[in-house]
Design a protein around this ligand. Structure first.
Ligand code: MN
Length: 202
């Protein structure tokens, strides 16, 4: 049983003007597809076939760059597509809102911390909102296709919101203006999906 590229639940142009259709086509159809096929190739004969991606990353040998880069790339992009929606934006409610307020004082302060993590990640990487067991949330960032599920990586916990800050995620529309892309991302966040991930992993 090998990993498969997930279908998007919205059209390539559905996130415009915040994320353009051409970027979505290449990002999903080329980049994510590439991580998926290379992950399957890297797992061949490893004994890890059939395990969940979370289990594979959680017990990863960090020196195994094939699985680290491509397994991270597979998982990270799956999460990324799920936490965006054409009717997104706004603010979270309920338990997730309470946890964000507890950790950061307000939604605006959380937004500032997340945006700063995304803007200041040097080179390629991701910004995350993670939940720890017990319900505490935390913002962090990781380089390349690393993520907090991997042993010893950044803040730990389970990612419930992720933002891709590789140039392939924004360069066609935003060129070097990463902060504008980060700001636009807040207009497409699917807070219902993030809240469901919070509830499932707290
Ligand atoms: Mn990407």
């Amino acid at each position: 049983m090998s990993f498969e590229l997930p279908q998007l639940s919205y059209a390539h142009d559905a996130l415009e003007p915040h994320i353009d259709a051409r970027t979505m086509e290449i990002h999903h159809g080329k980049h994510h597809a590439g991580y998926t096929s290379k992950l399957n190739a890297a797992l061949e004969g490893s004994g890890d076939e059939g395990k969940s991606i979370e289990a594979i990353l959680g017990s990863l040998d960090m020196a195994n760059m094939g699985v680290r880069n491509n397994g991270g790339g597979y998982y990270n992009h799956c999460l990324f597509w799920e936490v965006m929606t054409p009717n997104g934006g706004g603010t979270p409610s309920g338990d997730l809102a309470n946890a964000i307020n507890e950790a950061y004082g307000s939604f605006d302060a959380f937004k500032e911390a997340f945006s700063k993590a995304a803007a200041t990640q040097f080179g390629s990487g991701w910004a995350w909102l993670c939940v720890h067991k017990g319900g505490k949330v935390e913002v962090c960032a990781t380089p390349n296709q690393d993520n907090p599920l991997m042993p010893g990586v950044s803040c730990g916990g389970t990612p419930i919101l992720g933002l891709d800050v590789w140039e392939h995620a924004y360069y066609l529309n935003y060129q070097n203006r990463r902060p504008d892309y980060v700001s636009a991302f807040f207009n497409v966040i699917n807070w219902d999906a993030v809240a469901a991930k919070y509830a499932a992993n707290k």
